[in-house]
Design a protein around this ligand. Structure first.
Ligand code: NAD
Length: 318
């Protein structure tokens, strides 16, 4: 399955999500973020730590990030590197791999191929001497909802779920070797809500949350912590394509159902991943961390007071 095919499938999602958004339009306009110039970045705090500095929590550690060549992946790579980790990225998108910053060890590897995963782990050890952190981020949005074929179901689950199980098992020895092992599975708000027209992706992410708990339990004895991070809508290739590159518009659309009134940024997701990968999270395992701007904590009333709508003259939408 090529990236192009996956992206094509992803294009169906914004249409479906768009319908969901239409049905979610609040009866009164939700508070909006101030309109920004197209493509301009809003101020978002990103902690900076010099690699190898005393504050760097991953100095001397080696991290492997699957799917790390994409936008969100690069946010994760930057955050890990900022904490001093040497980062290996595994992806099938050679063009995107070529855009990774110097110093990142970019490797072509298909996460659905066990031999490729074994070679990836062996390569980490050969080139970097150890492997401390695995981030399972590679994913496909392949999903036709109810009409998804069996082969597409199996493909979606293979990429999004089974690969995370296989890679962690193949990396278990090195992860246990120094008492510093940490796994972060990148899941999604889609793991816990119903989204019209999508069955495979949300199911795969829900299963990945549960796999996280199971891995955490069975690997605790090896000193390996396993957690997941569930982003909300995050600036990514899929959202960039759906919004024709208009970040401000994408923020506006997201504002109704994210408490922070905007999309997440790749580096913000990366910071949560880097925290969970580090000893600063030494007591955290088996947990799913929302990196979603408050999406999952927001109820159907969204950001607009609903009780005033009970007044007789307010029962119909304007
Ligand atoms: N975009 C969002 O708003 C959002 C929201 C919640 C969660 N997420 C999660 O964040 C992660 C990144 O999402 P994204 O939108 O940047 O996705 P994306 O499609 O842009 O990136 C996925 C990456 O995985 C790689 N990949 C796919 N199949 C692979 C395979 N078989 N082997 C190796 N690499 C493979 C792709 O080449 C790509 O680089 C995913 O796990 C996704 O589920 C994204």
């Amino acid at each position: 399955m090529s990236r192009v095919t996956d992206i094509t499938c992803a294009w169906r999602i914004p249409a479906a999500v768009g319908r969901a958004i239409d049905s979610r339009q609040p009866q009164r306009a939700a508070p909006r973020t101030r309109r920004r110039r197209r493509g301009s970045e809003p101020p978002v705090a990103t902690p900076h730590t010099a690699p190898g500095s005393p504050g760097a929590s991953l100095a001397g550690r080696v991290a492997l990030v699957t799917g790390g060549a994409t936008k969100i992946g690069q946010g994760v790579v930057e955050a890990l590197a900022a904490q001093g980790a040497a980062v290996v990225v595994a992806d099938i998108d050679d063009d995107a791999l070529a855009t990774l910053p110097p110093g990142v060890d970019a490797q072509h590897a298909d996460v659905t191929d066990d031999d490729a995963l074994a070679a990836l782990v062996a390569g980490c050890l050969a080139r970097h001497g150890r492997l401390d952190v695995v981030v399972n981020l590679a994913a496909t949005y392949l999903d036709d909802g109810a009409t998804t074929s069996r082969s597409d179901w199996l493909r979606g689950l293979d990429v999004n779920l089974v690969s995370a199980a296989r890679l962690v098992e193949l990396a278990r020895g090195p992860l246990a070797a120094h008492g510093t092992g940490a796994v972060v599975n990148v899941t999604s708000i889609s793991s816990s809500v119903a989204q019209t027209g999508r069955w495979v992706y949300p199911v795969s992410k829900a299963a990945l949350v549960q796999l996280t708990r199971l891995q955490a339990l069975d690997l605790a004895g090896d000193g390996i912590r396993v957690n997941s991070v569930s982003p909300g809508w995050t600036w990514s290739h899929v959202i960039e394509e759906a919004s024709a590159g208009d970040l401000a518009h994408a923020d506006d659309v997201a504002s109704a159902f994210h408490m922070l009134g905007r999309l997440g940024r790749p580096r913000e997701v990366g910071e949560v991943v880097a925290f969970l990968a580090s000893d600063r999270a030494s007591v955290v395992t088996g947990a799913d961390w929302a990196a979603d701007g408050g999406y999952s904590a927001l109820g159907p009333e969204q950001r607009t007071p609903a009780i005033p709508l009970l007044a007789p003259d307010r029962t119909t939408a304007p």
